[in-house]
Ligand binder design. Structure first.
Ligand code: AMP
Length: 361
């Protein structure tokens, strides 16, 4: 793990009047760049050729560094260039998926907004569960063995596969049958099956509250809420039940986009407390705890019980629904606040209070 003192040494060399906000060109990069520009920062996008069009048509990146693949972010040459530009990187889901949290913790010698170690906690289902449990959240039950399945379960695989290959089963028999089918269709591999994670499937609706914790003000802010648009599960309802049975549909959960949500106000006390508890526990498990954005993935049942099945300890793509504003960001900040901008605002405030070391690791 790169010691914090080394990051502080790098920061000491930085020209704090000329900071660049950087990220990989995907996921929530437009959100991050727009926010950075609105707060007066330079921006740099580390980008694959095929995505360059995005950052040209939405001209928010002052510099575009083309790479063959995102792993090149770890190359000395690229890291050196980013440091020369006084870059603070903002990690998002593609950092976890394409660079790997171990590499981020051990090899990325560019200051990062947020807590590197928590990114690592987030990618391991066991540690994640421990964190959420300690925070007193209600979690779906776990089944260690497919042969123990005694109700509806959702089968998940490690890593951020964007819900790809997940399937539902309600008995050991249906599990084995569906696993075979998913293998045949190429949605999953044998290795995926060995690392399967079986969770009680909670019947309810998905709500993903989008939070921001500021170590400067020590407040947990609720800045938005979304739900996902998932293929194929969100299309199943369009097919009549008879045809569903005939074609033997087996839904998948590949995320295609997101919708904004406003929750009934009576859910807010619990949602706000959940965010606070998660932040408190994060300070114990990986000091100094969460810095900046995080998201809880929940299912809310018809008796308004909130089950949390995952946490993301970084900006999530769902926060893109709030670019410009969201009702919650509006309630707190008035117009023009959203996750990408809130991150940039925190960096800006930290610079002007001479507390950059508190938010950059
Ligand atoms: P994930 O990749 O863990 O975010 O899950 C992908 C999708 O699967 C979610 O957006 C939900 O629609 C669904 N899902 C995941 N876990 C559960 C659960 N325990 N109960 C019900 N639905 C779930």
């Amino acid at each position: 793990m790169i010691p914090k003192t080394e990051i502080n040494d790098i920061l000491r060399e930085y020209d704090r009047k000329n900071i660049t906000v950087g990220t990989l060109g995907s996921h929530s990069a437009l959100n991050i760049f727009k926010g950075a520009k609105e707060e007066g920062f330079n921006t740099v996008c580390v980008c694959k050729k095929k995505s360059e069009i995005v950052y040209k048509r939405f001209p928010l990146a002052d510099q575009i560094l083309i790479v063959e693949d995102f792993g090149e972010l770890l190359d000395d040459k690229v890291q050196e260039k980013l440091r020369q530009e006084n870059t603070i990187l903002v990690p998002h889901g593609s950092f976890n998926a394409y660079i790997g949290t171990r590499n981020i913790v051990d090899k990325l010698r560019v200051p990062l907004f947020g807590n590197r170690e928590l990114l690592h906690w987030e990618t391991d289902r066991e540690t994640q569960r421990e964190w959420l449990k300690k925070a007193g959240l209600t979690l779906p039950k776990i089944f260690e063995n497919p042969d123990d399945i005694d109700g509806l379960v959702i089968a998940k695989f490690p890593g951020a596969m964007g819900g790809k290959g997940y399937f539902i089963a309600d008995s050991p028999e249906s599990f084995h049958k569906k696993a075979k089918d998913m293998l045949k269709r190429g949605h999953i591999t044998r290795e995926n099956l060995e690392n399967i994670h079986l969770q009680e499937y909670v019947i309810g609706v998905n709500v993903y509250p989008l939070y921001f914790y500021s170590p400067l003000t020590r407040e947990v802010e609720l800045l938005g809420m979304d739900k996902r648009y998932e293929s194929t599960v969100d299309s199943i309802g369009k097919i009549p039940a008879n045809e569903q049975l005939e074609i033997n549909v087996n839904p998948t959960y590949t995320v295609v986009g997101n919708f904004p949500i406003v929750a009934r106000e009576s859910l807010l006390p619990e949602l706000l407390r959940m965010g606070e508890n998660v932040v408190e526990v994060s300070k114990q498990i990986a000091p100094p705890g969460i810095i900046g954005p995080f998201c809880l993935e929940t299912v809310i049942t018809d008796d308004l019980k909130i089950y949390t099945f995952e946490i993301s300890a970084r900006i999530v793509a769902g926060s893109n629904v709030g670019i410009g504003t969201s009702p919650y960001a509006y309630l707190k900040y008035g117009e023009g606040m959203y996750m990408g901008r809130r991150i940039a605002r925190e960096i800006k405030n930290a610079i002007s209070n001479n507390e950059l070391e508190k938010v950059v690791y």
